[in-house]
Design a binder for this molecule. Structure first.
Ligand SMILES: [Zn+2]
Length: 166
């Protein structure tokens, strides 16, 4: 906590950590439920951190747009090379700018859902995606199924998402 210099920063950190604390209770968490059927089925880090970042953006007006701008500025250097979203391996990078990029591209996903529809649908999408294994979450067809499943039209979603991150 000694690194938190301002009240604004404290509020943001608390919102982020509260999102992590509440998140597992609104879904059946895979990570905290190490039954034999779920071993090796890691939750997607981009979903977990992206959702929490999207929540902590809400503590400051304009913050979500700044996060998306960060993705656009750093896209050439840090964009996922073999998919739409970052994999768990290397998600928490030694390069803090890369880690920030990974958080923000995840947040942009939920922000796109909010902008295309609303916050409830974006949260429904988190509930759906945090219940699937990491590898599945990297698949565009599967993402489309989940986006459609919460009542958002995938083409509209991806148009909004691409505008935010490219
Ligand atoms: Zn976090």
């Amino acid at each position: 906590m000694s690194t938190i210099a301002t009240m604004q920063r404290a509020e943001t950190v608390i919102a982020h950590e509260m999102a992590h604390a509440i998140g597992p209770h609104i879904v059946g968490s895979l990570q905290t439920d190490p039954t034999p059927e779920t071993v090796g089925m890691d939750q997607p880090s981009w979903v977990v951190e992206g959702f929490a970042r999207w929540i902590d953006h809400m503590t400051r007006p304009g913050s979500a747009d700044q996060g998306a701008a960060y993705v656009r500025r750093n896209r050439a250097r840090y964009r996922p090379t073999d998919g739409i979203v970052p994999k768990n391996t290397g998600f928490y990078s030694d390069d803090p700018a890369r880690t920030s990029f990974n958080y923000e591209i995840g947040a942009a996903f939920f922000y796109a859902a909010e902008k295309t529809s609303n916050r409830q649908k974006a949260t429904d999408l988190y509930i759906a995606l945090s219940g699937i294994p990491e590898l599945t979450s990297l698949d565009r067809m599967f993402l489309d199924g989940n986006i459609r499943g919460v009542g958002i039209e995938p083409d509209r979603f991806w148009t909004t998402y691409k505008k935010l991150v490219t």
